[in-house]
Design a protein around this ligand. Structure first.
Ligand code: M6R
Length: 606
């Protein structure tokens, strides 16, 4: 989603801004721009399309000065166009903005009545013009006045035409950090975009205003009181963003999954049982909780649903799984003995972040299961268990999902253990099977890819696909359908197989393909009966089943067999298979696999 860059120092400003923006490209965007202040004014360049186009467009432009801001925009208010791209400029200011200004219509009316007119359709244009209106030579006065009038969420990077040595930043909502370095400083919405230059940084909090100059940084609160900020040091390296010979990031990331599970094993299993002490999640801490509430969005929530099944089974604790976008507005009932688990790959998803803040404000305990170090959610939760997946570039989440499942699986065993529900030998046996998982994930990749590719060719011939399952298979069906529609644009829905005859069965025709997940022994006969209801109505069925299961001969044709693991571990193999199915379906229709239309990697607005 949108990215903010800023640089003040003695290097070529444009080059540093372009380099920072490139680091944020994977998040998804549709236009880009930059502005530099110097030589008597503000000079801006904006393009629709990629940062490489911005690089080309700006190469021969006169961009004097030591101070600049840049932006990648993912359209919310107003379609992608150069007018709507950031920075938004007037003769006095340039503004880049992440977030949404909820009262922009009202501000536009006010500004129009004061002689301003608007060229584009964005909310940010109102911010630029409001700053222009209030600016009389003192940036701080203008910023304070503007901050009081803005409603919504905003992280802003600002240049003033006559303040050629400073970037100003203002924040309420989205993430903003200030990278600190001798003789130069950076502004960014993502610490990882500046790690090439520095590991030292300040985190800008809501309602703070920063003045960033090359030799020093000052931060003020809403009352204008100067703050003494704590310096953070990033103790990780920026990941290499490279396809390493793979045709797409999505396939590369699927193939990284065995290693990701190994990373999680190495980090979180000690003496044959799960151990989260390194994350501060001790046995004593976990023993306090009598109920769990899992919060996330999209794939992260679907991982949470699988986690609920495992926790309820192994630990016998009640678990709620709630969409972060609903959780934050439903005045959730949370007890002192509830542990809220917030799951997020990016650690920046606006709704999940708001949920984390709500939980913190209520004084309720929280653990984040997060992939991106240094992200905002990490700062709002009591403890963080990192998913160790490395940077995930493809918009469709694959390895981060498997990593979330892995952490949830181990957490469920741990909760079962500390609550006396799982005996030591059982937990050892489950952990040992989990330790063998990376090799089996590799085996699926090695032996099943060609078959999955063939099934994908068949999928894209159909108008719609139903994914059916029962128990854990139903929860995997939800993620499988999301993945397929996300990257291949094939209409895909997931149903619990038992629900079929309560409505969706009316859609069964020979134009619809049913992909049935059959890996759970306890409900195998039930789902086979449900599939008979489909074939009796000319519906086409393909099965994904566990080796060794007795499947009727007519259903086994053109079906895919997965290695047999204990039922609780089958989700990992099903997930990997469905990810490849989505991947090859997207390839079959020549879709933009890594950057599907309309989607962004990190959803930092509501
Ligand atoms: O970064 P997060 O895990 O918080 O993101 C949540 C969802 O936006 C994300 O999982 C989304 O559903 C993916 N594109 C799915 O592949």
């Amino acid at each position: 989603m949108c990215g903010i860059a800023g640089y003040v120092g003695s290097r070529v400003v444009r080059d540093i801004l372009i380099a920072q923006l490139k680091k944020m490209e994977y998040r998804g965007y549709d236009s880009a721009g930059l502005a530099v202040v110097g030589g008597g004014g503000i000079h801006a360049v904006k393009v629709v399309g990629h940062v490489s186009a911005l690089e080309q467009e700006s190469i021969n432009q006169w961009l004097p000065g030591n101070c600049g801001i840049g932006h990648t925009r993912w359209a919310t208010n107003g379609r992608p166009s150069t007018k709507n791209a950031h920075p938004h400029t007037t003769s006095k200011v340039a503004v880049v903005h992440n977030g949404i200004i909820e009262n922009s219509d009202e501000l536009k009316v006010f500004l129009e009545s004061n002689g301003y007119s608007f060229e584009g359709e964005t909310d940010t244009e109102a911010v630029a013009k409001l700053l222009d209106f209030y600016y009389d030579g003192d940036p701080m006065i203008a910023l304070n006045k503007v901050a009081k009038r803005l409603k919504g969420s905003f992280a802003l990077g600002i240049l003033f035409f006559d303040a050629t040595d400073a970037i100003y930043a203002l924040k309420k909502g989205g993430p903003l950090i200030i990278g600190l370095c001798a003789g130069e400083n950076f502004l960014s919405s993502d610490i990882n975009a500046v790690l090439e230059y520095t590991t030292r940084y300040y985190v800008l909090e809501d309602d703070e205003i920063a003045i960033i100059k090359k030799d020093h940084v000052e931060v003020f609160d809403a009352q204008g009181v100067q703050l003494s900020k704590t310096e953070n040091v990033a103790d990780w390296k920026a990941d290499l963003i490279d396809k390493q010979g793979f045709s797409h990031f999505m396939r590369k990331e699927i193939f990284e999954q065995p290693q990701v599970v190994t990373n999680i094993i190495l980090e979180n299993i000690r003496d044959g049982i799960p151990d989260f002490e390194a994350a501060g999640v001790s046995d004593e801490y976990l023993k306090r909780f009598k109920r769990i509430c899992i919060v996330g969005c999209g794939t992260a929530r679907y991982a949470g649903l699988v986690g609920k099944n495992w926790i309820e089974h192994f630990a016998r604790l009640p678990v709620d799984v709630v969409m972060a976008s609903e959780f934050r507005y439903q005045n959730p009932v949370l007890f002192a003995d509830t542990l809220v688990v917030l799951i997020s790959q990016s650690g920046e998803t606006a709704d999940t972040l708001a949920a984390a803040r709500l939980v913190k404000d209520r004084g309720i305990s929280s653990v984040g299961i997060v992939n991106v170090k240094g992200s905002n959610i990490c700062r709002e939760v009591e403890h963080v268990i990192f998913t160790q997946a490395g940077v995930e570039v493809a918009v469709a989440s694959t390895k981060a999902y498997i990593a979330q499942l892995s952490v949830l699986f181990l957490l469920s065993l741990k909760l079962g253990f500390v609550n006396g529900q799982l005996a030591q030998d059982r937990i050892h046996s489950l952990c040992n099977q989990f330790i063998d998982l990376p090799e089996i994930l590799r085996q699926v990749l090695r032996e099943k890819e060609a078959e999955i590719q063939k099934l994908a060719q068949a999928c894209v011939e159909y108008e719609s696909i139903f994914f059916l399952g029962r128990g854990l298979d139903y929860l995997l069906a939800l993620e499988g359908a999301l993945k397929l529609k996300e990257v291949s644009y094939v209409n895909a829905q997931a149903y619990a197989a038992g629900e079929l005859k309560h409505g969706p069965i009316s859609l069964i025709t020979d134009r619809l393909l049913v992909i049935a997940l059959v890996t759970q022994e306890a409900v195998k006969e039930k789902i086979i009966n449900n599939l008979r209801e489909v074939t009796a109505r000319c519906g086409k069925v393909r099965l994904l089943f566990k080796a060794g299961m007795q499947i009727p001969a007519d259903l086994i044709e053109q079906s895919l067999q997965l290695p047999a693991l204990e039922d609780f571990l089958m989700p990992f193999l099903v997930a990997e298979t469905l990810q490849l199915l989505a991947y090859y379906s997207a390839c079959a229709v020549n879709a933009n696999v890594d950057k599907p239309r309309n989607l962004a990697k990190s959803v930092t607005v509501e």
